[in-house]
Design a protein around this ligand. Structure first.
Ligand code: BUP
Length: 472
């Protein structure tokens, strides 16, 4: 009935890029829409950032129930079958194997019947049949852009039309976008890649979901959203709820604990407070991949040469637990000393949304992971796009088209000649810092995002409609 809060079980995959938006969805549903929310956590988490984040969430929002899923046995099976696979993709694989066996008992064990399961896109094709069996509606949460969602939904059709092509060309997603060959996620060119198998299976499964939530908003990606809703992308897609940008949740203890643990003076907040308004370039390439050593050196030299203040989050290893190297070794002789007056470099977690919200920050040099894009959009910080892999080039195009920032398409991280040299980095950063038109357009995107999530806005209404359906 309308009076009983619906119990919604959220099932994320792995990595901060998926966990962060799930956390935001959990809080929006629990605190914002009075739902009864459970969040599944697979143990052990791949990164320590994830375990800290989950602990901080449940401490700050005790109403959100925690459901643990123990995966060790499945992890060893998946890593034996895909030796050397990216640890996050290997985890998706073990979750996919565990779901048919463990998800049912987990859902039954909460004591409170579930009104809906919301599964991460990476787990869509395995979660939907389990939910159907239990007679629970299953929705998919897509944590990347609406444009990428349209591509994923259409890609199986593309393969079928091209006889299961191994040579993928430019992909025209009807009504939504053209994804040139160079922006198609690299791994998709290999049909046997673990990522490709999951991508295609999940893309095919979308039509069987009861609905699709996406952390995007109509005004930023109007064509993609409209094309999915009209059936132009694929016939029979369920309702698409564009509910973004989901608002960041303040979990202050996360960053503070890291600083304490590592005994370093990761005091980026105090540092930012001491910088003049709109003077700082924030540089981060996300939580998923380390940069090549040579590129790190060039980027360091570029930031030094551009003359601006900067805050740079450097990642030296794929999984944070393995990242023991010294910053000084990574960045080269004397760099930290030479830039100490105007640069802060850290290997620790920073609360990125706080950084983007800070009045000192004027530009975001970003890999265009979709969460980073939504955070920049919500705060109106212009982006200098430097995508690397997976969906990031598709997202960079969204950034450029929406006016949130600029993208040099030539810049890439693939191939031997791909290293971008310091001189060019310095030039682009300086140009973007001086570009008032870009700053103005980014502020326009921020205003549109604010309208979307305000009462009566498109995203607010979409989430309310989703909750209404869960109430049954
Ligand atoms: Br690094 C880092 N602090 O120091 P993306 C990341 N984040 O708050 P990714 C921090 O992690 P995928 C840090 O704000 C964003 O919400 C950041 O997600 C936060 O990129 C999230 O931007 C990172 O989507 O994930 O990590 O590459 O590949 O899944 O997009």
């Amino acid at each position: 009935s309308a009076a009983t809060p619906p119990h919604i079980v959220l099932f994320p995959s792995a990595g901060m890029g998926h966990l962060v938006p799930f956390t935001r969805l959990a809080v929006a549903l629990s605190a914002g829409h009075a739902c009864d929310v459970s969040l599944v956590t697979a143990l052990p988490t791949v990164s320590s950032a994830e375990s800290r984040h989950v602990a901080a969430l449940h401490a700050a929002y005790p109403a959100v129930r925690r459901l643990n899923l123990r995966l060790a046995a499945f992890d060893s099976e998946a890593s034996a079958e895909f030796p050397g696979a990216d640890p996050f993709y290997a985890r998706y694989e073990s979750l996919r194997r565990a779901a048919p066996l463990l998800l049912g008992p987990l859902l039954a064990g909460t004591g409170e019947p579930a009104a809906a399961l919301v599964a991460d896109i990476a787990l869509a094709s395995v979660s939907i049949p389990v939910a159907k069996e239990l007679d629970i509606p299953c929705h998919v949460f897509f944590t990347a852009s609406a444009t990428m969602l349209s591509f994923k939904a259409y890609f199986p059709t593309y393969l079928d039309a091209h006889g299961g092509a191994t040579a993928i060309g430019d992909v025209d997603v009807p009504g939504a976008c053209r994804v040139p060959r160079s922006s198609v996620p690299q791994a998709l060119h290999n049909p046997d890649d673990i990522f490709t198998r999951q991508f295609v299976a999940n893309g095919r499964a979308l039509a069987a979901a009861d609905g699709i939530l996406v952390n995007a908003f109509d005004a930023m990606e109007p064509e993609a959203v409209a094309a999915m809703r009209s059936g132009a992308v694929v016939a029979g897609l369920p309702s698409v709820f564009a509910v973004g940008p989901l608002m960041p949740v303040k979990l202050r203890q996360t960053g503070d604990e890291v600083a304490e643990e590592q005994g370093n003076c990761n005091d980026y907040r105090a540092w930012l407070d001491a910088q003049p308004a709109r003077s700082v370039v924030y540089v981060s390439f996300g939580s998923r991949k380390a940069l090549a050593r040579e590129q790190i050196r060039e980027l360091a030299a570029g930031l030094e040469a551009c003359g601006h203040r900067f805050l740079w989050v450097v990642k030296g290893a794929v999984v944070d637990r393995d990242d023991a190297g010294e910053l000084g070794d990574l960045l080269g002789e004397g760099f930290l000393r030479r830039v100490e007056e105007r640069g802060l470099v850290t290997k620790s977690w920073v609360e990125q949304d706080e950084v983007l919200e800070h009045p000192a920050v004027a530009l975001f040099v970003s890999h265009c992971g979709w969460n980073s894009v939504t955070e920049a959009a919500a705060r109106g910080v212009p982006v200098l796009a430097w995508p690397r892999f997976a969906d990031q080039r598709v997202n960079a195009r969204v950034v450029a088209r929406a006016g949130l920032g600029v993208w040099t398409e030539r810049w890439s991280w693939e191939g031997e000649d791909a290293v971008v040299r310091a001189e060019e980095i310095a030039e682009r950063v300086a140009a973007a810092m001086g570009d008032d038109a870009v700053a103005e357009k980014a502020a326009g995107v921020r205003d549109a995002a604010a309208r979307a999530v305000a009462d009566g806005g498109t995203s607010h209404q979409s989430l309310a409609e989703f909750v209404r359906r869960c109430r049954g």
